[in-house]
Ligand binder design. Structure first.
Ligand SMILES: Nc1ncnc2c1ncn2[C@@H]1O[C@H](COP(=O)(O)OP(=O)(O)OP(=O)(O)O)[C@@H](O)[C@H]1O
Ligand SMILES: [Mg+2]
Length: 249
């Protein structure tokens, strides 16, 4: 079981969009996929049309009063299950803080599912918190949507420093450029010559496209309603690239 997290400290950079599209592409190849929506906004749950109310909330799960399996729901898609988030996830951080070995809770909760799923996708909230720390410990790789601006690159540097400080060398960082608008000089410059930060950017970037935005309206992965647009092609490439990198370890 490979655990991939779509993560960034920054909000609105394309984490959820990426989670939904990559999880869907992954499942189309026949892999058994679990998506875990960790964000109280519940956007991934919304895209997969899963009612967000979680019985007893996240507290029940983390306190050991329910098993992770009780929280898993099937989706309309073959091979994709989902653990939805509801508003109780806003307390996730505080609950984690209060537990012993709080950094590895997420990892532990996922462990019993190792034979049931090939890939787990974590859709993370935009923050730097105990939740993110858990995500770092649980994941094989962090997929980091990065908008090609100077400030976004600074944020990426913070994430890299954090990983190095915690000596989490086993957690691969896979940043890619997200919402790229090639009409903007700054975007073009950064995408064509990414800074050397000690991590390898994915070669594929995702263009800024209104088709992608429409996913919120369609509530579907992009390739199901716009299979032939450039952004769909980019997501296909991105998935192949990420899969190749995590398989190599
Ligand atoms: N490539 C793109 N082109 C145009 N719009 C995009 C693109 N990717 C995402 N969006 C839009 O940008 C908004 C934010 O995307 P998304 O929800 O995936 O970001 P996020 O990082 O998960 O946000 P949050 O931090 O709030 O969880 C959404 O309205 C989405 O439809
Ligand atoms: Mg999101």
């Amino acid at each position: 079981m490979i655990i991939l997290a779509c993560y960034n400290i920054k909000g609105g950079v394309g984490k959820t969009t990426t989670t939904v599209n990559l999880a869907h592409l992954c499942a189309l190849e026949g892999a058994r996929v679990l998506v875990w929506d960790l964000d109280p906004q519940g956007a991934a749950s919304f895209y997969f049309r899963i009612k967000a109310k979680v019985k007893g909330g996240i507290k029940r799960l983390l306190s050991g009063h329910s098993s992770v399996r009780q929280h898993i729901k099937g989706t309309d898609y073959h091979n994709i299950d989902l653990i939805p988030a509801d508003f109780s996830y806003r307390h996730l951080d505080v609950i984690l803080e209060s537990l012993k070995k709080s950094k590895v809770r997420l990892k532990k909760l996922l462990k019993p599912l190792a034979d049931e799923y090939d890939y787990v996708f974590l859709d993370c909230p935009p923050s730097f918190s105990m939740v993110s720390e858990n995500v770092f410990y649980a994941s094989d790789a962090l997929i980091i949507p990065t908008i090609p601006t100077i400030l976004s690159l600074r944020t990426l540097e913070q994430i890299i420093r954090y990983r190095d400080k915690k000596a989490l060398k086993g957690t691969q960082l896979i940043p890619f450029f997200s919402m790229v608008d090639r009409r903007k000089t700054m975007h073009r410059m950064i995408v064509e010559m990414p800074p050397k930060l000690g991590v390898q950017f994915a070669e594929t970037d995702i263009p800024y496209a209104s088709d992608v935005e429409r996913m919120g309206f369609e509530r579907k992965p992009l390739i199901l309603f716009k299979p032939n647009v450039r952004a769909s092609e980019s997501y296909r490439h991105l998935w192949q690239e990420i899969k190749g990198r995590v398989d190599r370890g």
